[in-house]
Design a protein around this ligand. Structure first.
Ligand SMILES: [Zn+2]
Length: 304
């Protein structure tokens, strides 16, 4: 597999501070602390017309149709060339990508989209809040991680289309539905579709992050700048729990056991280890608990 010159990036990152990187020059960006995010991962056929093309720690999924390709998420700005190499390695043409869907507009999922849209001619699709962030190359002001420099900015995307909650992206026989799942970001979107092998069609869920991560000082409960966000967040977590879900792929594969299922899939396909009917419910329960813990922390901070 062709690799990015990571030592070069590491070298450059030592001379660039967070504030100093040029937003449109990914190679001048610091390498994120989580090494898994920039660990190469062999592209994999998941099921039917669905493929994994992300890194070991950041998901990117490709859906093949007779009319072209749909990609979900671009991972980091530095990683776009690797996503493109993974797509080519599967035998697909970059120019056949028609749409690039986004889960949420943080650098680790939206960062590579600008380059992939530029190189393929595709259009990016996101929720209205997500679309604004993609166009701006910066998170929206009410993003819980707005003051996290590493997550907050990324190369701005040239062609972006907005989608409504419940709307379907159609290409060939593929129909990918947007489910708004705000919380981790205001524009967070979970995507679902079905993929078939012969007569057997499975429900695939690409769940957005439902983790209550936030910059220091941010509150999910009401404060001077916004009302209560916890009820909306709980509803999003419930949405993910209740989706028809045969195969779950989460934005961070290690957040939901997607990484373990992909590793098993690399060894054997039958029965397909990606199929796990309880995965969405377990994933939701895990992050419902994290939201509880976050709220307890906010209350403790307020009581001081
Ligand atoms: Zn995020």
């Amino acid at each position: 597999m062709k690799r990015l010159p990571l030592p070069l990036i590491a070298l450059l990152s030592t001379v660039c501070t967070d504030a100093a990187f040029a937003a449109d020059d990914p190679l001048t960006r610091p390498v994120p602390a989580d090494k898994l995010w920039t660990t190469p991962h062999e592209p994999q056929h998941i099921y039917g017309d669905t493929y994994y093309v992300g890194s070991a720690g950041l998901s990117s999924v490709l859906i093949r149709t007779d009319e072209g390709l749909i990609l979900i998420d671009g991972t980091l700005p530095q990683w776009a060339p690797q996503i493109e190499a993974n797509i080519a390695k599967l035998g697909f043409k970059l120019k056949d990508i028609k749409y690039v869907l986004n889960s949420h507009a943080h650098s680790d999922h939206a960062g590579g989209i600008a380059a992939i849209v530029r190189d393929s001619g595709a259009v990016a699709i996101a929720s209205p809040s997500g679309a604004k962030a993609l166009r701006d190359g910066h998170v929206v002001a009410d993003d819980p991680q707005a003051s996290d420099t590493e997550m907050a900015s990324f190369p701005a995307v040239a062609r972006v289309r907005e989608i409504a909650d419940g709307e379907v992206v159609r290409l060939g026989k593929a129909a990918v539905t947007a489910h708004f799942t705000p919380g981790h970001t205001p524009g967070s979107t979970t995507w679902t579709w079905t993929s078939c092998e012969g007569a057997k069609c499975l429900n695939i869920v690409y769940s957005d992050s439902i983790s209550a991560f936030a910059s220091d000082g941010f509150r999910f409960q009401a404060d001077a700048t916004h009302g209560d966000l916890t009820a909306l967040f709980r509803k999003s977590i419930q949405t993910v729990a209740n989706l028809p879900c045969d195969i779950l792929i989460s934005t961070h594969p290690d957040a939901s056991g997607t990484d373990e299922r992909l590793a098993k899939l690399a060894k054997k396909r039958e029965p397909n280890p990606m199929i796990d009917a309880g995965a969405c419910r377990r994933f939701a329960a895990k992050y419902d608990k994290m939201l509880d813990e976050r709220i307890a922390k906010e209350n403790a901070a307020k009581a001081k």
